[in-house]
Design a protein around this ligand. Sequence first.
Ligand code: DON
Length: 560
Amino acid sequence: MKKIFTVSILLVLWCYGCSKKQNTGLVTNKAMVVSARIEASQIGSDIMKKGGNAFDAMVATELSLAVAYPFAGNLGGGGFMVYRLENGVAGSLDFREKAPMAATKNMYVDSLGNVIPNLSTLGAKAIGVPGTIAGLLEAHEKYGKLPLREVIQPVINLAVKGVVVTKKQANTLKNYKDIIVQTSGDSTYFAKEIKEGDTLKYPKLAATLKIIQQQGKDGFYKGKVAKSLVNLIQKHGGLITKEDLAAYQAKWRKPITFNYKNLHIISMAPPSSGGITLEEIMKMIAPYPIEKYGHNSTKTIQVITEAERRAYADRNYFLGDPDFVHIPTDTLTNDEYLKKRMHNFSFEKATPSTAVSHGNIQIVESNETTHFSIVDQYGNAISVTTTLNGAYGCKLYSDDLGFFLNNEMDDFSSKPGVPNMFGLTGAEANSIAPQKRMLSSMTPTIVEKDGKLAMVVGTPGGSTIITSVLQTILNVYDFNMGMQQAVDAARFHHQWLPDEVMFEPNGFSKNTLDTLKSKGYYINENNSPIIGKVDAILRLDNQKLEAGADKRGDDAAAGF
Ligand code: DON
């Protein structure tokens, strides 16, 4: 009997060991890129192997994603980058799209005051002035090591050679084909039948990249490319002019930084809501010993959900483009304020969202995404989230230039209180104005521990971005997981309104969900999509790097 018992224990330990082992991501010694596609990660890694740094790899990886992952990788969108240099200096770059100069507050509302369906999501009126190329070239100019020519060339080669379509990609292209054709016309590149295993070549995109390679930022925002872009957008009823393109500039911004337990977090500042909302949530949960409650236990889910409820209520009311609205950041992230926000939370019963409004703060008012993480051999780290917003953006494809255009205008609040495509309800702070940047949830983040680089993390997922980044960090530091395991673990999400908690399918026990229901939580079980698609890098105790490439997509790591 004793023997059987000992053997069983050994078996259990052995199995635990193998499952842990299977759950370990790629481990490298010096440098790594984790992104939505292996082609992009490999090109980024190769650039670093040639002596380039993380910023060179950023340009190559991002542009490769536009080739290999047109679902979200882009030239026609925008994004954010958070960096931490090898000497510990941190910063961030905002290359978010902007409303065109001709945009107006009520441009998506009819004469009766109702939001016009699809206008902010589909077709040329939904497009914000793209920021990606300005962002990449700004980052490269300030911190890159290799000449632009060398950084862009492998991407041009990839576009010419083509990319093999994966199963997941074939499925998404099939699902979106009709709507792409409806928007872009039936002679568009994606009108043809595309199957898994097909090779898609992008000669037009290669030509566009060549112009950018030779002329830099002006190659996109002025001249031939700009002219073609403006013609296409205006032909389809959009507002963007050549003046809009010529005026676009990426902006360096001071990142949001704060402490959570023994970690120092560096994340994106407005116009992304990511950093401030993450800070509010983490500070609200910090007083609770969630590591003792256990990963995804009822009590942990309650604490996190209630903190999310309160933080998103603030997010939706107070946050917007800081160049246009005053954001009371110091108050929103103040420990005393956040303690008060959690005052009415009890483990006995859910707080209904109707009982949680934005915090009472006196202010003087002046009135489908992708993420990649990079660590280079010099010790620099960058975290980049970039987006077209919806899958294939507004579905308008430039057959002349070889890329999709965003539908980022939907991230504005078209009308206060009316939810956008992510169910987020906004307020005046995020209303439309000419040249204003729409509020984002993108949360590219870097974590330091003991003053050293510890993790680079981020994800797509609209409003679920912030809560996915949150759970990935907690999984590693509160629940002791490795990077891959932390990324793969089942996630849940709450965003104040709608007043429901989303759970990934098959990730949570019936018992946990029943207990939560009995406490008054509304649980969305019918329509539980995957939540986030995290790509992250963890520096291990032995200084090696472990990748977390999300199993939910084709995501993959490369490095050396
Ligand atoms: O900036 C934002 O918050 C959104 N445009 C992100 C969209 C997104 O993550 C879509 N991917 N699933």
